[in-house]
Design a protein around this ligand. Structure first.
Ligand code: NDP
Ligand code: OXD
Length: 317
């Protein structure tokens, strides 16, 4: 028997839509949805988004797990995760969308958009605010992987003074690379707008906290630092962000991700005058493209090839 059936294990992700797309992309592979009855031994592949912990543990012929997104934090929270390779999505469309959101929010802070929104509300025509040039504004990108590197390059193209921080050193033209814990504080000290595009792992949990925020540049041309986070809510301590905003040590923030999602109605972030909130949709992935991506990966594996974009279990990304 060929163990090539696919199990869609993403209860919150409209699984029927994924069933249709995956079936169209791989007509020879049966596609099942978690919760219905199926032969567990037939499942070779699981496509998951926040699958219920333990729900993949009794699939004896499972060969690989595919995250239905770029992040894999939702996969690794399962303590009974089978010991098979876990692959994630790397898709140019997703990268492009994330870069759009990142550039938009860096520019909103750089060009003081909240100030002009207020002026418009008040019908106030005042054009003499100081506006620094992009070259005099230092953007720091935390996480220089697929998404961070692309956003950093586009921000550099717009003229910003861009640096990146990652575990390993990068070499991108015109973008200074800071690497590892030892260089983190120097990176923060030269950052006016902090862009966070990191995965949520045990090592990065709560990294955007009071201590980190206090190390951002205080001498920048924007009059104080800004935070732009589209990585994961688990990276940030929202109470610390709010305290820094209220103390004026953080001038503004754009948040696409939150400690609890959906963001609870009573969160002060919703109405904070210095905060932009978006509902974790900086980069909604193209479901057709992801289905084809997974289908091609399965075809490669079935033909004896190697799975691409496999993540490290040890590192959690
Ligand atoms: P990658 O795995 O390609 O890049 C991750 C980057 O983070 C790498 O540069 C890595 O360093 C760095 N990093 C990881 N851990 C640490 C650490 N402890 N210290 C310093 N640097 C670290 O991921 P992507 O760029 O594809 O995606 C990043 C994240 O974006 C995803 O994990 C997901 O959480 C989020 N995301 C959010 C979306 C949204 O809509 N808001 C959509 C898609 C993704 P190194 O390169 O040295 O390994
Ligand atoms: C992802 C996301 O990880 O949408 O792809 O957050």
């Amino acid at each position: 028997m060929k163990h090539n059936a696919i199990l869609v294990a993403g209860p919150s992700m409209r699984p029927e839509g994924w069933r249709k797309r995956l079936a169209a992309a791989l007509p020879d592979s049966p596609v099942h949805v978690l919760g219905e009855s199926f032969d567990k031994a037939s499942i070779g592949y699981a496509a998951t988004w926040w699958h219920p912990p333990g729900s993949l543990s009794d699939l004896p012929n499972l060969k690989a797990i595919f995250s239905l997104g770029a992040g894999v934090d939702h996969v690794f929270v399962d303590p009974q995760l089978p010991a098979v390779p876990v692959a994630r999505v790397v898709d140019p469309d997703l990268t492009q969308r994330m870069t759009e959101w990142t550039v938009l929010h860096v520019l909103l802070h750089h060009r003081q958009q909240r100030l002009y929104d207020r002026q418009q509300q008040d019908k106030l025509w005042q054009e003499d605010h100081e506006q620094p040039a992009a070259k005099d504004v230092r953007v720091g990108v935390m996480g220089m992987g697929e998404l961070g590197a692309d956003a950093a390059e586009k921000l550099k193209f717009l003229g910003f003074d861009v640096a990146g921080w990652s575990t390993t050193r990068k070499s991108l033209p015109g973008i200074r690379s800071f690497a590892g814990a030892g260089e983190r504080d120097a990176f923060l000290a030269r950052t006016d707008i902090l862009v966070v595009l990191m995965p949520h792992t045990p090592a990065t949990h709560g990294i955007i906290n009071a201590e980190l925020l206090s190390k951002l540049a205080k001498n920048g041309r924007l009059g104080g630092p800004f935070l732009v986070n589209a990585g994961r809510g688990g990276l940030q301590v929202e109470a610390d962000i709010l305290a820094a905003l209220d103390a004026g040590t953080l001038k503004g923030a754009s948040l696409d991700v939150f400690e609890t999602e959906p963001l609870p109605a009573d969160s002060p972030l919703w109405t904070h005058p210095k905060v932009y909130v978006s509902p974790h949709n900086a980069a909604i992935s193209d479901h057709d493209a992801i289905s084809v991506f997974i289908a091609r990966q399965i075809e490669r594996l079935e033909a004896g090839g190697k799975l691409e974009h496999v993540v490290s279990r040890d590192k959690g990304y």
